[in-house]
Design a protein around this ligand. Sequence first.
Ligand SMILES: Cc1cc2nc3c(=O)[nH]c(=O)nc-3n(C[C@H](O)[C@H](O)[C@H](O)COP(=O)(O)OP(=O)(O)OC[C@H]3O[C@@H](n4cnc5c(N)ncnc54)[C@H](O)[C@@H]3O)c2cc1C
Length: 291
Amino acid sequence: MKFRPLSGRQRKGQHMSAPAPSTSTTSGTRIVIAGAGPAAQALVSQLDRARFTGSITVLSNRDDTPEALLELAMLPQVSVRFGQPASHIDAANRTVATADGMEFAYDQLVIATGSAPVAAPVKGAAQCLSYSTIDDAARIGEAVSAVARELGRRPLGILVGTGAAAGQAEAVLRARGVRPIRTTARPAAVVPSLSAGAPAASAVIFEDGSSMNGDLVVLAEERVSRDGLAASAGLRTAANGGIVISDDFRTSVPGIWAIGDAAAFDGVRLGLLVAAASAAGACATQLLTAA
Ligand SMILES: Cc1cc2nc3c(=O)[nH]c(=O)nc-3n(C[C@H](O)[C@H](O)[C@H](O)COP(=O)(O)OP(=O)(O)OC[C@H]3O[C@@H](n4cnc5c(N)ncnc54)[C@H](O)[C@@H]3O)c2cc1C
């Protein structure tokens, strides 16, 4: 996935869309999507493919955006609001407010807010490599190759994390010739490197004062569904995180749906791109029926 910085027109608080269509075959149905990741993008594509001509408003909390989303933003029925996190849902009046106080009325709301790290960032995390989205794999691969070139030998990598993301990060490191040493204990801090030309961080320190030293540090921490927005609006959430959905992607509140990593079916978050895409396809069918 390629990312591109926003132009002046696209920056925070502004939106990007082609002119509004003059007619609508779906009686002006307004769909608002909270979140703009792969699940939201797949949903917009599916609705477009099905010739949905109501309006689709996508709220993204990010200022930069994938190329694919920019292309979707050019569709006549689509308006993407960059840098506008959905922050409050009024389910009774069917409106969503953003952090900046903008309000969007909806007929159907889809929550696709994805996942977030379980814990607050380790102190000094900005100094090291982080595997926190699928797109980070390529970035980490390039960064560790540069470290290996600089050192002139196989680097030793301190890998922090448990779960699937850490497993994938380990595979990325090994594929790039790094010897990973994995710790499942959470460090208290990442130690910045003092020597010029070295990677930004090469060691971690634990609460008890012990430390692990290597040539680079990669954080690949566990993630959980980002369901806070839904929970605050009274939607049912699962004990382990995730917006509870039925098999047709309806949440516990009428007119609100959830797809992708934000959703949990039967207590499980699938956490895969293919799952997000198929959820989007099935949800699009339901939305068109509802419209
Ligand atoms: C490190 C890592 C590696 C992975 N590797 C693979 C892999 O190899 N293969 C695979 O199939 N899957 C992989 N996955 C899983 C895959 O990336 C996810 O399943 C997929 O990204 C889910 O898409 P999503 O749109 O539901 O969520 P996300 O990708 O999390 O996107 C949600 C978006 O919503 C935005 N957002 C959040 N809250 C708000 C708000 N309140 N308002 C507006 N916007 C908001 C977020 O900034 C984000 O852009 C990986 C995931 C991670 C974390």
